[in-house]
Structure formats: structure tokens, C-alpha cells
Design a protein around this ligand. Sequence first.
Ligand SMILES: Cc1ncc(COP(=O)(O)O)c(C=O)c1O
Length: 483
Amino acid sequence: MSVVNFYKKDQQVPLEMHKVRVVQKLFLPNVEERVAKIREAGNNTFLLQNKDVFMDMLTDSGVNAMSDNQVAASMQADDSYAGSETYNRLVSALKTVFKTEYFLPAHQGRACENILAESFVKPGDVVPMNFHFTTTKAHITRMGGRVEELVTKAGLDPDYIHPFKGNFDIERLKALIAEVGAEHIPFVRIEAGTNLIGGQPLSMENMLEVAQVCRENGIMSVLDASLLQDNLYFIKTREEAAKDMSIKEITHKIADAMDLIYFSSRKLGFSRGGGIVSNNNDLIMKMKELIPLFEGFLTYGGMEVRAMEAMAVGLLETMDEEIINQGPQFIEYLVKELDEYGVPMVKPAGGLGAHINASAFLPDMPHDQYPAGALAAALYIAGGIRGMERGSISEQRNEDGTENYAELELLRLACPRRVFTLSQIKYCADRVKWLYDNRHLIGGLKWKDEPQVLRFFSGRLEAIGDWQDKLAAKFREDFGDSL
Ligand SMILES: Cc1ncc(COP(=O)(O)O)c(C=O)c1O
């Protein structure tokens, strides 16, 4: 890895190894407008209009900046329904990255999950995974299966410092297989890195061990590689066994051990779309017919050819450590700034974004007032910053209608790759610090309109009491006429 040290060591900051050549103008509504906008959006940051958002930290999905080579490649897309050269170029890039022979294209990550669940999950089946992702779980339960989460205890403790908090508890995996029987486990899903537990990575060693346990028991291993690029960086920088390996060698070693790999290219490869790759033709044949049925013809799978060209180049660029280090380094900077101020953060910094532990930020707020959702609404008021609730609102109710409270109440501040400048990250830290000092003003939320499925996307909530006006009034008092 090339290193750039600063002369004044105490002023070292992450240094971007790229320059910006296309920009988008941003707007920051004033604080009173922000209160009105978040109310209009039902206190759900998904329902805010982007024109009213200054820093869009909702997600890293489909919003990463593309490289000049990606944009250039997208211009040579071969726009044909069948037999497109674009498809061949993408297959070739996937072969280089994963060393896999077969590829099924799909329009995004959850489409791959649908295909996998439709093809392999039967009622009564159990799908072990280190941790669930919202859409993954929804597809598995839709087919009558259930998810078992086997992440190590460290993964659920925001303060526990461990380099690989996304790791599987291997003993629990073995015990689960013995308990339910391998015949009821269609596959083990390895989410590397994790999403809902703060972007925490898995070690290469742990992934290889899980794959080994799968092989010994005749169970298929499935890697969800959507967040693999950050995870690769953490393996390279935190795992002794990988320190002399290139990113590509690490990727090959992991991919070799897996039966199937699927990914969302809205994250992996700085593009849009997704797909499933494998060297096992029998497994591919079991899923193949569903692609034209649900996605599109087998050479595009619902994707736009220009996005496929950008994906091919983006995947190859992901093998460059200097390209994939920007996200984790910015996140680490933000987490450190906030942690040093006393803001409760998930530590160590992971991939995808910085995660605030909302339960510790708002310790007196009852679970049924949704602390992470309330904090997301409050941060929009404080700074026009759109984060994402990753707590109980992101869960689904139990069948009897009771709440299924999340194990972690997090506010995620995603750092889409190569999108923000360091001064914007500093602005974000400043507004979170102000909010932390004024946390006694933040009140809870209650449901106004609650959808049954994936309620966090479109549900609407309202503030309990007038805390949002009081927060805005305090902002005025402290910041004067500043936006
Ligand atoms: C780990 C993981 N898997 C799957 C998905 C689903 O991907 P998509 O949003 O492209 O459907 C996501 C999206 O955030 C994810 O983070």
C-alpha cells in the first residue's frame, strides 16, 4: 500500500487519491423549513425530497461516484436485446475478479435474493447467516423459511473493539446444523461485510472456515458480496494472513471457497444492477429459467447496458486498494471525530458509513418511541443531513402484531464512495456534536401510517409533542441566522 504522511503528523487527514471533475449543486433549507420538510416526509428520511437534502447519507446504494473510465466505458454499450458485446465484457470482468465461469444477471441485489429464495428455500427451511439484511430476510420468510443469525457476540456490542465483528460464531453454526439437520438448510449465507450491524467486516479466515463447515455437511455456501469492497480493504489492513496478498488474491481465495456469490452492483462496482456468479453449472441451471421470467433476457437481466459497462470497469477498479480505501478512511475519520467528542459510535469504524448508537445517544427514550428514527429526524433538522434509521423501524412486526425490537438501534450515516469532501464530513461531525449537546430536546415518534411489509421504506410517523419546534428554536439561538 502506498502511504502519504503529512509533515505535521497531528494534522494528518485522509487524502483523496482522485480529483473531482463533475459536480452537483447542493441546497440547504433553513432550520424552520427543515422542520416542515421532515414533517411532510412523515419523519421518514426515505420520504424526503433530495432537493431538500444537503448531505445525503441515506445509503451507499447506487450513489457512489463513477470514475472517468467507467463513464467512458458506458458510452460503448452494445444496446442489443440478445448476444450483446456488453454482456461478454461484463462476464470477462467477473472472471478476472472472481475467477468464475457462469453469470446470471439481475436488476439489483434483492432480485438475486428473490432468485435464490425461489430456487432453493422450502417451507420449514432454516437459512443461517452472520446477520440478516432486510430484503434477504423478507425473501426467505416469503418462501416459508426462517433466518438464524450467528454473528459472534462482539458484533452486537457497539463498544467492543475487534477487527472482525461481522464474523460467524463457528461453534453455533455447527450446533445449528446438528440441531436442524443439513437437509433443512438450503444454504448458509455469508454477508461480507455486514450492513445492519454497522458495516462490520468478516475475516478471510472466518469466511473460509464457514465454507469448510458447509462442505463437510454438504450444504451450499453463498456469499453476499454486495459490501465486499470495504471488507476486502479491512482484510488487507487488519488481517495478518492477508498482509502480503493483493486485493485480487484475497478476492480469489474467498471466491474459490464459495459455491455461489451474489452482489448488488449499486454498491460493489460503483454502478447499478447485480448478479449471481458461480463455477457450479448445476446450481446455475437451477436458477437460470427464473432470470427471463423475473428479470429480463439472460444477457442483461433487467439491467441497462450502460450500467453493465460501468460495472465491468468498476469491478476491475475495485481490485485497486487506492480506489477502495477512500470509503473506509473517510468513515474512520468521522467516527474518530465523534467518538472523541463522546458521541456513542459503533466501533471500530466499519464500512458503508458511520453508525451512531441511538440507544446510548438517547438512553431515556423508550424503545416504542423509536430512538434511531427520532435521531434521524433530529439530525435532518440540525443540519439537513439525511441518515437512515437502522433499528426497530427497519424490522417487521411479529405475526401476533407485537413489535420485534431490533438488537441495535443505529442511525447510519452512509458515506457514498468518493462523493463527499472532507469539509462536508467535518460539517456533518459539527452538527452531530451540536445535537449531542442538545440531546435532552429530542423526543420520540409514533406511527401514523404503517405498511405491513418493509415498513421503513414508506411508513409515516409523527413526533410526540412539539420537540421538533423546540429543537429548531435552540438551533436559532445557537447559530443565529446561519443555515
Ligand atoms: C448486504 C446487502 N445485501 C443485499 C442488498 C440488496 O441490494 P439492492 O439494494 O441492490 O437490492 C443490500 C443493499 O443494501 C445489502 O447491503
